[in-house]
Design a binder for this molecule. Structure first.
Ligand SMILES: CCCCCCCCCCCCCCCC(=O)SCCNC(=O)CCNC(=O)[C@H](O)C(C)(C)COP(=O)(O)OP(=O)(O)OC[C@H]1O[C@@H](n2cnc3c(N)ncnc32)[C@H](O)[C@@H]1OP(=O)(O)O
Ligand SMILES: CCCCCCCC/C=C\CCCCCCCC(=O)OC[C@@H](O)COP(=O)(O)O
Length: 243
C-alpha cells in the first residue's frame, strides 16, 4: 500500500514503484498551493471577475472528504482558489502534467493524475487514493463531469468520485459555480467582467454505503448540484427540464 504522498509522486507511473520519503511531497504540495492561492486570488481584480461565496462552513467536516464541483473553463482555476481548503488535492487528467511550466507547477501542487482513456488505470489510482486519504487526512477535489463544459447545464456525472467516496467511507461535499455563459465565450476564451456565485453545499454522508449504492449517490449529487446551478444562474429549472 502506498501513502498519498507516494501516490502523488508516482501516480503517472505504471506499478507505482517510485519510492519517496516521508510526506515531504504532500506538505510541499499544501504549501505550494497556499502560495498559488494567494497569487491567483489577486487575478480577479485584473480580470474584473467577482466572486460571491456561500456555505464555506460546509467544508468543516471531520477528516477527509471528496469535493465535487462543476467545471466550465480555465476560469474555474480562479474560482477554485477562492474556496480551496488548505488540506486538499485535485484529480486531473494526465495530459496536464506535460503542459510545460504549468504542468510542473500543477505536479508540485499535488494534483493526482489519471488516465481518462483507461478506466482500469484510473480506477487503480483512485482505489489507492481511497486507501490512503484517511491516513493522510486530505480532501480530494474531483470534477465529476470529467471535462470542461460551459453550456449552462451539467454533463452526466462520471462515477469515479462517488466510488472513491464510498470506498473511503468519507462524505461528498458538492460545490457549485454559477453559469459563466453570460460573460464567457469558451470558443474564443474571451470574457467580460462578471459575477460568479459559488455555493458549498452540505456534506452527503456515505458511511455504510457500498458499491451498489454508487449510482444512487451519483444521481443524488447530480440532481442537487443541477438545481443549485440553475438557482445560482437565475435560470428556471422547469425550462431546462422541458428542453
Ligand atoms: C499555475 C497554478 C498551479 C496550481 C497548482 C495547484 C493546483 C492547481 C489546480 C489544478 C487543477 C487541475 C484541474 C484538472 C481538471 C481535470 O483535469 S478534469 C478531467 C479529469 N478528471 C476526471 O475525469 C474525473 C472524473 N472522471 C471519473 O471519475 C471517471 O469515472 C474515471 C475514473 C476517469 C473513469 O472514466 P470512465 O470509464 O469514462 O467513467 P465512468 O463511466 O464513470 O465509469 C465506467 C465504469 O467504471 C466504474 N467506475 C468508475 N470509477 C470507478 C472506481 N473508482 N472504482 C470502481 N469502479 C469505478 C463505473 O461505475 C462504471 O461502471 P458501471 O457503473 O457503468 O457499471
Ligand atoms: C483565460 C484567463 C485565465 C485566468 C485564470 C488563471 C488561473 C490560473 C491558475 C492556474 C493555472 C494552471 C492550472 C491549469 C489547469 C487547467 C485545468 C483545466 O481546465 O484542465 C482542463 C481539464 O480539466 C479538462 O480538459 P478537457 O476539457 O477535457 O480538455
Amino acid at each position: 500500500m502506498f501513502s498519498l504522498t507516494e501516490l502523488l509522486s508516482a501516480s503517472t507511473h505504471p506499478g507505482y514503484s517510485r519510492p519517496c520519503g516521508f510526506p515531504a511531497l504532500l506538505l510541499t504540495a499544501f504549501l505550494f498551493c497556499r502560495i498559488i492561492k494567494t497569487v491567483v486570488k489577486t487575478f480577479k481584480y485584473f480580470f474584473g471577475v467577482r466572486f460571491e461565496v456561500k456555505g464555506l462552513e460546509n467544508f468543516e467536516v471531520e477528516g477527509p472528504a471528496i469535493i465535487v464541483s462543476n467545471h466550465q473553463s480555465i476560469l474555474d482555476m480562479m474560482g477554485l482558489m477562492e474556496v480551496l481548503p488548505d488540506d486538499c488535492v485535485q484529480v486531473g487528467k494526465k495530459e496536464l502534467m506535460y503542459a510545460g511550466t504549468v504542468g510542473l507547477i500543477i505536479y508540485l501542487g499535488g494534483v493526482i493524475f489519471i488516465n481518462r482513456k483507461s478506466t482500469t488505470s484510473a480506477k487503480m489510482v483512485m482505489a489507492e487514493v481511497a486507501k490512503t486519504m484517511a491516513a493522510d487526512k486530505v480532501k480530494v477535489w474531483v470534477y465529476p463531469e470529467g471535462t470542461r463544459n460551459c453550456t449552462g447545464d451539467l454533463l452526466p456525472f462520471k462515477k469515479g468520485a462517488f466510488h472513491l467516496a464510498v470506498q473511503a467511507q468519507v462524505p461528498v461535499i458538492p460545490v457549485v459555480y454559477s453559469s459563466f455563459t453570460t460573460f464567457y465565450n469558451p470558443k474564443k476564451n474571451l470574457f467580460t467582467s462578471g459575477k460568479i456565485k459559488v455555493e458549498v453545499l452540505p456534506a452527503i454522508e456515505t458511511k455504510g454505503l457500498t458499491s451498489g449504492d454508487v449510482s444512487d449517490l451519483t444521481d443524488r449529487c447530480f440532481r442537487t448540484m443541477r438545481e443549485t446551478l440553475f438557482r445560482l444562474s437565475g435560470c428556471p429549472s422547469e425550462a431546462k427540464d422541458s428542453s
